[in-house]
Every structure is written in C-alpha cells, then in structure tokens.
Design a protein around this ligand. Sequence first.
Ligand code: ASP
Length: 335
Amino acid sequence: MKKKICLIYTGGTIGMVHSDKGYIPSGEGFLKLLKGMPEFSHPDFPDFEMIVFSPLLDSSDMDVEDWNKLGRTIASRYAACDGFVVLHGTDTMAYSASALSFMLENLDKPVIFTGSQIPLYELRSDGRDNLIAAMLLAASDKIREVCIYFGGVLLRGNRATKLSADGMRAFDSPNFPPLVQAGIDFKFRRVPDLPKKEGAFRLQTFEYTPLGVIKVFPGIRFELFEGIMTESLKGVVLESFGAGNIPGATTALLPILKKAHDHGTIVVVRSQCPEGKVNLGTYAASSALKDIGAVDGGDMTTEAALAKLYYLLSKGLSSAEIKWLMEMNLRGERS
Ligand code: ASP
C-alpha cells in the first residue's frame, strides 16, 4: 500500500520569488509550480497531503511559537500519516530540526526537513531533488526520527549544522555520519541506535525561556556580560575554545559564571570547533568550569544544546535534573 506523507510548507528559499527588496516567501506561485511537477503524479511517488503555513516565513524569523505550531501540526496528523516532510528555510533549519527532535517525544515516524539554496522556480534550483528525495525518504520504513535531507545526504537533525551559505551541500553533521548517502540508490548507513523510546508519541511544546549564547574570543571583556547574567537568564551555551577552554579561566569570567550558576542558570560548555568534543578538565583552562558546576556539552551542536535547554526547561524540571539530562543522550544528539 502507498504511504501517505504530510508535506508542510513553512517558507524558505525553496518557495521564494524575487521582489524589489530581495527574495520573499511566496504561496500561490510555489503551489502552482509544485502542482505542475510531473514527479508528483509518478506511480512511485507517495500519496500526500499539503499544509501551508500562514504567514510563510524566511526561517530567520522562526521563533519558539513557530516550533510549537509545527509540533502541533505534526501531532494533529500523526495518526493519519506515515511520514512528514517540512519545507523550511536553510538559515535556521538545524535549530528547528533540533527543537522538533526533542519536542516530538517517542517519535516513531520520519520527519524530514528540507529546502533549497536556489528557489524552485529558477533553472538551476536544487529544490527539486531535495524535495523529491525527502518525500521518498519520508515514505521509507527505515527512518524513525527527525532528519535533514539536503544536497544528497540525510543527516540526523539534532547533529546537523549549516556549514555553507552558498554551496548546494549546505549542511553537515561533523560528529555523526550521514544516515543516508544518495547516489543512484539511497545507501542507508548503520549508525548507533537511538536511545530507547518510553511509551506513546507525545508532544512537549516549548515555553519562551530567556537563554543566551556566548562565544569567547581573545580580548573578550567579560564584565560586559555581567549585566545579562541575572536570575532571569535560565541557561547559557558557552562556546569555548577547543576541548572546553576559556580565556583567563582563573579571573574575570569565572566569578560571573559562578554567580549565574548559583542562582540557577544552567551553563553548558560546547566547543567552537565543529568537530570533536568538550572534555572539561583536560586543561587547567577548563577545569575551573567544571568546578563551578558547568555542564559538559560533549559533542552537541549549539543548535542542539539550545533546543535541549528549551525542552528541559519547558518540562519544569529542577536545575539538578536538567544538568544531569543535559549530559545524557536523549535523542541521539550527543555521543
Ligand atoms: N533566508 C532563507 C531562509 O532561511 C535562506 C534559505 O532558505 O536558504 O528562509
């Protein structure tokens, strides 16, 4: 029997058209183009239904409430459909895929994000292949998680990051192999299993929670951050050097982080290097972070670390539980 896929169009370059201010999302023109694609009536193409978001967004405008809307849409069609394809802008696709990977608890069906670097109506668009491959992968029995299909590879959503602003292979997951390599056939790779699911599918929407990302750099003046590291900041992702090192580990930053930690802010340390992992305590420049109770972010991406903070904070857990779970592998987001 043919699989039924729910195709959700949220916006992004794939459906954009030129305007005098640059590319903007378009509804009708894009839908007309889709309807005219012969692939959609090919006998091997899955059945599908389409949901079009309003307003259509450039993904740089995606917000927590848009993730919730996407989560609710998938939850409402979960029983009726075998898989989901989300057409989304590339700029924040890795954030949204990470968010949905946590939000959709005990997910047992494929949710494939895709989009394009060149709009579908343009001659050299990469949208056609991305969309068709994503639809076929969403109809596959082998994928049961949130992924990104882009430029010939299927990546785990919460491991992916946008690495190229203009290349057709815009995404990569430097700490995790692609799940599928698309050649003449789809080559499914054996990857470590996802953590065991515990119960039925459930949606955990996110709350608006004040979070921050600080990227350290030589010459950084930590005093400037003191004003934002208050009780209202619930979590901060610290993008450190290498394996978790920060400048002046024994001076300026630490008292500020310690104060933040003591009034409940979760401090997650991840590396600025796309590849490899944090290992607090390897160098003196990082062991002080361990001492003040910072969370070792391991090999999580910043996108996944932020999404996970939103998720755990939205569940109303204690700081101790959140810190513990941040260091666990919940959805395959860390090794
Ligand atoms: N600015 C666009 C977006 O993220 C870029 C893209 O889709 O490639 O919506």
